[in-house]
Ligand binder design. Structure first.
Ligand code: IPE
Ligand code: IPE
Ligand code: MG
Length: 233
């Protein structure tokens, strides 16, 4: 597949696992399992296409409101995913990163995150960033707290200062935001970073999202005229 213009950074709100499971007449956990398989395919494809960064919204701070058994299952799935994917990350030259309040995740999950970051730190292909226990408002509040703790002079605070204190200062703004599950909302994802991001929403549930859907999103992206406040051509 060749595209006129490739987004450098794609961010994805992977939503609809529960509704997919209901539609299939299976349990929600099966929906999350199928969602993890979808993620594997999209990571592989983004690497192959030469996308620089893929940020996947996997668990929000608000998701702690869910029943304990579902949260426990998601944490188990996440740990298994990290272990299973590590050799594939190495084979495909993918660098692993995370954003979110990682220190609040179960210790066993944190250990696997640290291992994946360490193992892939010198990889130079796609950066796969998982948003885990992530909330955009918390991210901005956390950044402000760090700015104050560092005693930065009020007059020196500007957009770039704030950006430096976000969870991953290296992260460029996403060019394209894909949202599955049909909802027209950002659900507290990357509020600072998506000021000029192009949105693409599909009613498809995440487990049904395939590489063909990714191609469709990128094709539409390549036709958009990004103006960043400038005038039309
Ligand atoms: C997305 O699927 C996965 C997570 C938020 C962890 P959901 O579990 O939110 O599925 P729906 O939205 O209820 O269908
Ligand atoms: C967004 O999905 C969060 C993730 C994909 C991790 P939710 O299912 O939590 O979003 P809402 O509650 O429908 O906005
Ligand atoms: Mg949902």
């Amino acid at each position: 597949m060749l595209f006129d213009k490739l987004p450098q950074h794609i961010a994805v709100i992977m939503d609809g696992n529960g509704r997919w499971a209901k539609e299939q007449g299976v349990s929600r956990v099966k929906g999350h399992q199928a969602g993890a398989e979808s993620a594997e395919e999209i990571v592989r494809e983004c690497g192959r296409l030469g996308i620089k960064r893929l940020t996947l919204y996997a668990f929000s701070r608000e998701n702690w409101k869910r029943p304990r058994y579902e949260i426990n299952y998601l944490m188990k799935l996440l740990r298994q995913y990290l272990i299973r994917e590590r050799p594939k990350l190495m084979k495909n030259n993918i660098k692993f990163a995370v954003i979110g309040r990682i220190e609040e995740l179960p210790a066993k999950v944190q250990d696997e995150i640290t291992r994946s970051i360490k193992a892939t730190e010198h990889n130079t292909g796609l950066t796969l960033c998982l948003a885990l226990n992530y909330g955009a408002r918390t991210e901005i509040a956390d950044a402000l707290r760090k700015i104050c703790q560092n005693g930065i002079d009020v007059s020196a605070i500007n957009e770039e200062t704030l950006r430096k204190y976000l969870y991953d200062p290296e992260m460029p703004d996403p060019d394209l935001l894909i949202r599955t599950g049909g909802e027209m909302r950002v659900s507290n994802f990357l509020l600072w970073q998506i000021s000029y991001t192009e949105f693409w929403v599909t009613p498809k549930f995440w487990p049904d999202f395939s590489k063909e859907d990714l191609y469709e999103a990128i094709t539409e992206y390549s036709r958009r005229e990004r103006r960043f406040g400038g005038r039309t051509q």
